[in-house]
Design a protein around this ligand. Structure first.
Ligand code: TXA
Ligand code: MG
Length: 328
């Protein structure tokens, strides 16, 4: 693939107009959402969607989330039952992805859904994402804007570090404030299943549904890539639940534990989520062969998504020292 020049566009009306033109021409434009930066393409255009898989080196079996403006646009693409409607009205716009049966006749490039009968849909809350969908005027396929299997981007420079020369543009929306990807919920036999913990805490979804949420899928037959083992991986090795750092380790702390890098000195889980990927990148740059030690993070609220990502980042990567280029 010959390198192309990647433009950094401002989130102004002119910048968004330019981004929409690129998208209409089948181009790839990274854009900010409240969770992480997405790599956008026209979800109805086969060539554009293929371009996403190529730029990320993403395997074709891994479907993409489709970003839409509102429930009406989502209902043109998927069938909503009562549970789906309840969740959508409680959490959209926001960091919730619903995996729902694809509507017959929905206009989507087949590669978006990787041949599945379902489609992952999300209405983002970020004003720049919303303005871009409006300027473009259609559904935007958008996985996280990082090379497959690596740490997700929460700043424009993170996107450029991974994808410069491979995509047409990045719309600069500064830092993403949630900082971990959307919570993914599937619905099977009238039951909501948690496919990936994320920016909406499990507890909030359970309160909305009035009952406990089961975990869906398994690592052998994943329905979302967050369920696969090695993912969100820096180059350095990670040691989790580290109460202290050993000699030669860089310490990624939480609360009173940890010095050099700290997810949140006040032990605030929302702050920790918003800083997670940036600090994983910074710790990765600073780390030597000793790797990164990560302090324990409480496993509640947004801490569940943080711990899920940390476990994936720490997972064995096979014989190769570099992470596999095979996941979301
Ligand atoms: O917050 C987010 O969700 C971000 C922002 C950009 O919206 N996007 C994101 O996309 O994290 P990605 O591709 O990195 O991870 C989402 C995953 C997909 O990789 C895929 O496995 C799962 O959602 N997914 C999408 N459609 C699906 C489907 N029909 N069935 C099961 N899983 C699906
Ligand atoms: Mg991803």
């Amino acid at each position: 693939m010959d390198p192309i020049e990647t433009q950094l566009l401002p989130p102004s009306p002119e910048g968004l107009h330019r981004a929409a033109l690129l998208l209409r021409g089948g181009g790839l434009v990274a854009f900010p959402t409240e969770t992480v930066y997405g790599l956008g393409a026209d979800a109805r255009d086969d060539g554009a969607v293929d371009g996403i898989f190529l730029a990320k080196a993403r395997p074709g079996f891994n479907p993409l989330i489709v970003h839409v403006a509102d429930l009406e646009m989502a209902q043109a693409l998927a069938e909503f039952d009562d549970i789906a409607l309840r969740l959508a009205s409680a959490f959209w716009p926001g960091p919730l992805t619903l995996v729902l049966p694809r509507r017959a006749g929905a206009v989507l490039a087949p590669a978006v859904t990787a041949g599945l009968g379902t489609v992952g849909l999300r209405v983002p809350a970020h004003p720049v994402a919303r303005a871009l969908i409006e300027a473009f005027g259609g559904p935007l396929a958008g996985p996280s804007a990082n090379p497959s299997g690596r740490v997700s981007p929460t700043r424009p420079d993170h996107v450029l570090a991974g994808l410069s020369g491979r995509i047409d543009a990045v719309v600069d929306g500064g830092e993403c404030n949630v900082g971990v990807e959307s919570t993914i919920i599937g619905i099977e036999n009238g039951q909501a299943l948690l496919l990936r913990p994320g920016g909406i805490p499990q507890e909030a979804i359970e309160a909305c549904l009035g009952g406990p949420l089961s975990r869906g899928g398994n690592a052998d037959a994943p329905t979302a890539p967050g369920q696969l083992n090695s993912h969100y991986a820096p180059s350095a090795t990670l040691r989790l639940n580290a109460e202290t750092a050993e000699e030669g380790e860089v310490w990624l702390g939480f609360g009173p534990l940890g010095g050099q890098f700290n997810l949140s000195r006040n032990a605030d889980l929302a702050e920790a989520a918003s800083r997670l990927y940036h600090l994983l990148r910074a710790a990765d740059t600073a780390a030597g062969p000793g790797g990164i030690a990560v302090a324990p993070v409480p496993d509640r609220g947004l801490g569940r998504a943080i711990n899920d990502r940390l476990r994936r980042a720490a997972a064995p990567r096979g014989n190769d020292v570099s992470p596999p280029a095979d996941l979301g």
